[in-house]
Design a binder for this molecule. Sequence first.
Ligand code: KIV
Length: 281
Amino acid sequence: MKNTVSTLLKQKQSGDKITMLTAYDYTTAKIMDECGVNAILIGDSLGMVMLGYENTLPVTMEDMIHHTAAVSRGAENAFVVADMPFMSYQVSVQEAVINAGRLIKEGGANAVKLEGGAEVCEQIRAIVNASIPVVAHLGLTPQSVNVFGGFKVQGKNIDNAKKLISDAVKIQEAGACAVVLEGIPAKLADIITKKLFIPTIGIGAGNGCDGQVLVYQDMLGLTTGHTPKFVKRFAEAGAVMRQGITDYISETKAGSFPAEEHTYAVDDEVISELMKEADVK
Ligand code: KIV
């Protein structure tokens, strides 16, 4: 059954946790969809985990549309949410609506996600008025990395925490269908979750949220180096890939791959005639 804005809302009401993962390509999206994940996010994190940038800021609309279209083709039942990249919605409300529309029309997404609170409510209202569901994103919003001075947990002091609660209420009033809460204390996320009727989806925001989202390279153990505190590595797929690639290299160099079962046969008469003609022994 296709997950929709209504099914996600029902999940909040019944206490059935919403599962969301990022994906950026057809094959991964298809596996996640077959596993039964409720929602797939084409995050602008693709700038970091797929394109190797230092942060999400260089990601373009073309990048997002390209990857969103691939994911949409693999997601039969999951609700597909596409991130609006940096500077695709901040400049004007009109640009925000046009760009959100492109992610739906060209990318096949079911909803768009954008970062920010009170300052983006006008954009949220206009996009929703154009019949496009909007997922908001509050807390450690990566597109504000330069304002925060790094990827830092938000909402730890009273003013900042109050602002996040007030932003959450405002984005809900503006028409957002859900909100991602990233990098905030679990107890603050609990308060926001109880205050809102729309679902909260947490990442680094504790287990009181209505759902969870993780970047798949993190949760499958594909990333190396520092693992953020909020990430659980549910598998070590990176180690499996390394082993497979190492085996491929050594078997190819040793000549044991491809073996007979990996090759196509042809009748001996055909080959002898070809060898005669080509003058090969
Ligand atoms: O870009 C992304 O992957 C995200 C998630 C971390 C929520 O916004």
